[in-house]
Design a protein around this ligand. Structure first.
Ligand code: FES
Length: 277
């Protein structure tokens, strides 16, 4: 069967006109604003997250652990699951050890392959297309049926990994609620940092639960929901969150980045984690 993808250069634009040149358009609105903000937002996050993940320091203070470094499989903080990095761990000598490097591939690739982010950065980062009715810099549409973009199909597996990581973030929130007591032991309480980690865990849950792959997982391959009301209820719930997937994608991106900034500045002594009660 012939490919359904065609060279758009062979098509005539509406009314028999040739297709517009790159960035050519007749739109009167500020069509460039959305892709510009997307490029700035995503670009800033990627630069900051890469820098923060490579530091390997100032990622914990008191009971607080930066979400970039969770779960801390091996590391030098009290949060490390298996203690300091073992000598047999292959680690490039030119790079300071960082626990974040061991885990960030899961949430990073989860977002990279997210259906919403794909649409957003295809437009904002390589103008494919930059906006509706605006000329593209290339005349061929290859879709996602070839390497490398076909690899986006692994998204569902990163979803499973992200859910696994999310449970550790919830555990971090729980740990953040227990403070050293004056006479020894611990006492229950809440600080601004603990509140931030809690809000971050909720936003990440809203983002993960609205995932298109999860929606297919709970409601796909089911022609008659009436035969399975549990799946129908789950599908409706995921669908209700899926409608705001873009909102939760950005809110959770901001919360995870700001949680790291907060913990980092507290660890450096610039800010102090204020206890609410
Ligand atoms: Fe966005 Fe799965 S589609 S997280």
């Amino acid at each position: 069967m012939a490919s359904t993808f065609v060279r758009t250069s062979s098509l005539r634009f509406g009314g028999g006109q040739p297709r517009p040149a790159a960035l050519e358009h007749q739109r009167k609105d500020r069509w460039w604003l959305s892709p510009l903000l997307t490029a700035l937002g995503l670009g800033s996050f990627v630069v900051y997250a890469t820098w923060a993940a490579l530091q390997g320091t100032d990622y914990h203070v008191g009971q607080l652990l930066s979400p970039f470094y969770s779960p801390e499989i091996w590391g030098h903080s009290p949060h490390a699951l298996f203690g300091p990095p073992p000598s047999w761990l292959p680690w490039p000598s030119f790079l300071p050890f960082s626990a974040a490097v061991l885990v960030l591939a899961i949430p990073g690739n989860f977002r990279l392959t997210c259906y919403y982010y794909r649409g957003a950065y295809y437009k904002a980062m390589w103008a494919d297309p930059v906006a509706c009715g605006v000329g593209e810099p290339r005349d061929e549409y290859r879709g996602e049926h070839k390497l490398p973009l076909i690899l986006h199909n692994v998204h569902r597996y990163f979803l499973y990994g992200a859910i696994f990581v999310w449970f550790f973030l919830v555990h971090d929130v729980w740990k953040a609620l227990w403070f050293p007591a004056a006479g020894g032991g611990t006492t229950f309480g809440l600080s601004v940092g603990g509140l931030l980690l809690g809000v971050n865990a909720v936003l990440l849950w809203l983002y993960c639960t609205g995932c298109h792959s999860l929606r297919h997982l709970v409601g796909g391959h089911c022609d008659e929901f009436s035969k399975n009301p549990v799946r129908f209820g789950a599908w409706r719930f995921v669908t209700s969150l899926n409608k705001r997937h873009q909102l939760y994608a950005w809110c959770s991106l901001f919360s995870v980045g700001f949680s790291d900034v907060y913990v980092r500045l507290c660890a450096k002594g610039v800010w102090h984690d204020v206890r609410i009660f």
